[in-house]
Design a protein around this ligand. Structure first.
Ligand code: FDA
Length: 392
């Protein structure tokens, strides 16, 4: 029986950060993970370059049923603090767009940095370890694992959410929370492509590979970023962002020409180049393949001079306020994160400790705090891991 001060379940971004901070305080720390390698999601993130934080990170970049919960942890360990650590390890980085910071070389640099920090602080990492049962018979936790039993004073759950099960993601944290009587906000896939049926699916399929800058809205929330047509539906950053807000059965609105009022542009063109084809006029505003398809689908044909205001207004509506209702998402198979998770009303926003179970902590993606696309999810992992690491 190994006796520990701190046992962290899950050696991903949040778990490693918490382990480092606790070990720096002289606590006897072990981080365990069922995977062969630690932090596999860091490895594949940001196309292999890890978008490790965002310069403009604020609590407004996070979704939660309790939006104020993330404020304290984000304030006490900021994007600048993480950047200072990256600089200390001489990892070269660059800002790609919208404050998103990526490694110049490889995401593996971030993993190496975390493992070096953990080792230097005296924390242990044990991989390929399955967790069989967790109990709290007295004031300490007993955890039985495939590599033997462990006892610990503080137990930190950092097992993430179920997105991308093929990578070893599980709903373990939710089951454990329920075992200890804590509420879980129903999880669902987020930052995920949207899928369509019928005519819209066929349209997307015909346009697969076409991308453009678009405004994508759901109710009062709008994102202006890239949009990509795929064989299954719509993807690209603007769609991934809106997927976190979208509600089943309701439409999203896509502005394919955010720079211009298409009705106004077409009216002006009708005056200036009346012999121009409507389809050609649309082609000056949209990628050609998209203009051709939309003209076909919405029967926008003929010379501009022959178009009534009604037809041009309809064309403008289609381009500036295209309403379409997804049938679903691509699900956990491709989702970058999981919305929902441990109800934050069960946790202290300062320490991440469960108020009903002393010594039990939840950090990272397993908690009902979900960031926008752009480095915010890792920042939550660093900040929440750091917060727990100060007290466990
Ligand atoms: P994380 O999932 O990282 O770690 C959990 C760990 O627990 C894993 O190592 C897992 O093996 C282990 N585990 C799970 N169940 C277990 C069990 N039952 N027993 C033992 N161990 C168990 N975010 C961002 O900010 N910038 C980016 O560039 C990207 N890019 C990106 C790309 C892709 C493809 C994905 C899927 C996700 C991203 N993300 C991202 C999101 C980001 O990866 C995610 O929010 C964090 O990894 C969450 O960190 P956690 O430590 O909470 O969980």
């Amino acid at each position: 029986m190994r006796d520990l001060d701190v046992l962290v379940l899950g050696g991903g971004a949040a778990g490693l950060m918490c382990g480092i901070e606790a070990a720096k305080r002289g606590r006897k720390v072990m981080v365990i993970d069922h995977a062969k390698r630690p932090a596999d999601k860091i490895r594949i993130s940001g196309g292999g370059r890890c978008n490790f934080t965002n310069l403009h990170c604020t609590p407004a970049n996070f979704l939660s049923q309790n939006p104020r919960f993330c404020v304290s942890a984000l304030k006490r360990y900021t994007q600048h603090d993480f950047l200072a650590l990256v600089d200390q390890h001489r990892i070269a980085w660059h800002e790609k767009t919208l404050g998103q910071l990526f490694c110049d070389e490889s995401a593996k640099d971030i993993i190496r940095m975390l493992l070096d920090e953990l080792e230097r602080a005296g924390g242990k990492l044990q991989l390929e370890t399955d967790i069989k049962a967790v109990e709290k018979p007295d004031d300490r936790f007993s955890v039985s694992t495939s590599k033997g039993p462990l006892r610990t004073q503080s137990l930190v759950i950092a097992t993430g959410g179920p997105s991308i099960p093929k990578m070893g993601a599980t709903g373990f944290g939710y089951d454990l929370a329920k075992q200890f009587g804590l509420k879980v906000i129903a999880p669902r896939a987020a930052l995920v492509p949207l899928t369509f049926s019928d005519a819209n699916k066929d349209l997307c399929g015909r346009l697969a590979g076409v991308s453009l800058d678009a405004n994508v809205s759901f109710q009062k929330t709008t994102f202006r970023e890239g949009l990509l047509f795929t064989h299954r539906g719509l993807s690209g950053p603007s769609i991934l962002q809106i997927s976190s807000y979208w509600e089943e059965g309701k439409p999203i609105s896509v502005n394919l020409v955010p720079e211009a009022d298409v009705f106004d542009v077409l009216k002006t063109a009708r005056h200036e180049v009346p012999r121009q084809d409507l389809k050609t006029a649309l082609g000056s505003l949209l990628p050609n393949r998209l203009a051709d398809e939309l003209a076909e689908v919405y029967k926008l044909k003929g010379r501009l001079a022959d178009q009534s205001d009604k037809v041009l207004r309809r064309a403008g509506e289609q381009m500036n306020r295209w309403q379409l209702t997804p049938v679903g998402t691509e699900g956990y198979r491709t989702a970058e994160v999981t919305l929902g998770g441990i109800d934050t009303r069960e946790l202290s926003s300062k320490t991440m400790e469960a108020s009903k179970v002393s010594g039990l902590y939840f950090i990272g993606e397993v908690v009902d705090v979900t960031g926008h696309l752009g480095g915010f999810n890792f920042q939550w992992a660093w900040s929440s891991g750091h917060a727990a690491g100060q007290v466990v």
